[in-house]
Design a protein around this ligand. Sequence first.
Ligand SMILES: [Zn+2]
Length: 306
Amino acid sequence: MIKNLQKRQKILLIIFVYGAKLLCYAANSIKLNRMILRLNTLIIVVLLAFCFSCAEKEQQPFSFVQLCDTQLGMGGYAHDIMTFKQAVVQINELNPDFAVICGDLVHNASDSSYSDFLEILETLNVPCHLAPGNHDVGNIPNDTTLNYYRETIGKDYFDFQNKGYSFIVTNTQLWKVDIGSESAKHDKWFEETLKNQEAKKLPIFVIGHYPIFLEDPEEEEKYYNIPPIKRKWILDLFKSNNVLAYLSGHTHKLLVNNYENIQFVSGETTSKNFDERPYGFRLWDVSSDTIQHQFISLELSKVEKE
Ligand SMILES: [Zn+2]
């Protein structure tokens, strides 16, 4: 754990240890010597406790992958199976800490499409966190579609941590349409989770399916964004709770925005891109100085020849 200590803390520790030792040597009286030794030990214990607590909170650099709209069946079922498999092969080679999929896992939610999706996902060697999209829980979610997703895939909203950063995975369909108690429950959870993570001084990434906005935070509601009143509530929470980036999908075209120093990125898909971008995913590199993302194109020429 010592190697995790900050440089400045290490220097302080060395100064105290050697300073106190010098004092011990200088002191002729045995009584004074013992007293200084005790004081020395106490200072070391207090410093170590302080340093270890700092080391626990410290952010460590890491990388993760953002996949969007695997949406098996959107670009042709066999095609989307092939591209998703190839993405998994390349992610395994890159070996990031984990991957996230920003919703629309399949085009038509069913036992067979989810079974195919999960079968491919099992070949991924790193953890993968899934956000639901409109194709997963329906444009207007209801108890049946939500329960089906929860039973087949798992939680539709949750949070996790990685190397001193917090990741909050949302169900944006509950923001896009207000469906009563499910939306209210999701809102309450989201606000509380953000505030809890912020209180722990964890920088936050939020993951969802719908972009919060497309070009302008003040724009009208469209098929591809979140309604203005809900959007303002979300953006205000982002600003006041140390959110670094919001990652989404849904647009099937690359969307990169910066608002109040928060990055907003909807990435390329593996199923169908409306902007003629190649198929692929985004590799995010996170460190305390910079948060960057780069496009990784699928090497389909290899697979298509087979
Ligand atoms: Zn979608």
